[in-house]
Design a binder for this molecule. Structure first.
Ligand SMILES: Cc1cc2nc3c(=O)[nH]c(=O)nc-3n(C[C@H](O)[C@H](O)[C@H](O)COP(=O)(O)O)c2cc1C
Length: 330
């Protein structure tokens, strides 16, 4: 293990302010803390609570080619260590997002990551194409990357999510990459509900992803033991929040071990600066904050400040110096 040097003092009593700048492949970010898709709205909803331009990036809720109404209520079930949700990717369609939501978000000065999903590989291609055309026509201000959420149900084969097999990853990411061309970097958001995540991450990179986002929610379920009924309208749902943080740490760690040069965004249960530092030490280039923003809409801003203070207190002067520390053991 690398021993953290003591706090570096630059003037009498003052700790050196660390540089929080980071890169995810070709994307430069002012700091490594982004919002997670689906937990920060479609546009500028969180601007009422914090300065969105101060975040690493705002990753918006996933959009599809056509509007989609999502799953039946109830869609959320709170738990002591997080929550279960079955929102089901409700959205008004990519054209609506470009015309109605993105302009307000871009006006805040935020760095924006679009998130896309589809029922089929053709859907991924088509929604990515719409974004590529919008970029070419100057209708996608502030958008620096596209994250493909392939950890959602695939109606072409309901037993599978795209992210649950190398074939599904190749199909969906290959299609998104073809639709996007070289207009923007493509990030593949993968599922933790698998046995061999490094192989799936490799498949994503081999199919055109410039980075992988680890992880989406963990499959879960809650029942009323008396009636036997589901707590969520859709039956099953996705577990998020502090309960899944160790799952995310392991996912990032294992994928970083297998792919030393693959850009990784860590997400899962980040609610403090220390949680963010842990994912970066596991090998993440940046992190995302999801469930924490529901109880505290400005959680990302607090987490950036906590991360900076923690790094300063330990004499860690850059994200690069923190990244991958967990691998010094092996
Ligand atoms: C209510 C809710 C809605 C979500 N919607 C999306 C979505 O539209 N697209 C997506 O890629 N992930 C979605 N996610 C997953 C989050 O982006 C994130 O991967 C997951 O919640 C783990 O992070 P957390 O523990 O910080 O919440 C959603 C999560 C929650 C809780």
């Amino acid at each position: 293990m690398s021993l953290a040097p003591g706090p570096r003092r630059v003037a009498a009593g003052a700790l050196e302010v660390p540089s929080l700048e980071t890169t995810v492949g070709s994307v430069h970010l002012p700091n490594p803390v982004m919002t997670a898709s689906g937990t920060a709205g479609h546009g500028a909803e969180l601007a009422a609570y914090c300065d969105l331009s101060s975040l690493g990036a705002v990753v918006v809720k996933s959009v599809s080619r056509q509007a989609w109404s999502g799953n039946p209520a109830p869609r959320m079930w709170p738990l002591p260590t997080g929550m279960l949700n079955s929102v089901g990717l409700q959205n008004a369609g990519v054209e609506h997002w470009l015309a109605e939501d993105l302009p307000a978000l871009a006006a805040t000065g935020a760095t924006v990551v679009a998130s896309i999903w589809g029922f089929s590989a053709a859907d991924y291609r088509s929604v990515a194409e719409v974004i590529a055309i919008a970029v070419a026509e100057g209708r996608a201000p502030g958008v620096v990357a596209v994250e493909a959420n392939i950890s959602c149900p695939n109606v072409e084969d309901r037993r599978q999510m795209f992210a649950h097999s190398c074939h599904g990853v190749e199909e969906s990411i290959g299609a998104a990459a073809a639709g996007l061309g070289s207009v923007l970097p493509l990030w593949a958001k993968l599922s933790p509900n698998v046995t061999d995540l490094p192989s799936l991450a490799g498949a994503a990179q081999g199919s055109g992803a410039d980075a992988v986002t680890l992880i989406n929610t963990v499959m879960g379920m809650a029942l009323d033991p008396l009636s036997g009924g589901f707590r969520l309208g859709a039956g099953g749902g996705g577990l998020s929040g502090p309960a899944i943080h160790p799952v995310a740490v392991r996912a990032v760690y294992e994928v970083r071990s297998a792919w030393p040069d693959l850009p990784i965004i860590g997400v899962g249960g980040v609610s403090t600066g220390l949680d963010a530092a842990e994912l970066i030490a596991a090998g993440a280039d940046a992190v995302q904050v999801g469930t924490a923003s529901f109880a505290e809409p400005a959680a990302t801003v607090r987490i950036i400040a906590e991360l900076s203070r923690w790094m300063a207190g330990h004499g860690i002067t850059s994200v690069a110096a923190l990244k991958g520390r967990g691998h010094d053991h092996s």
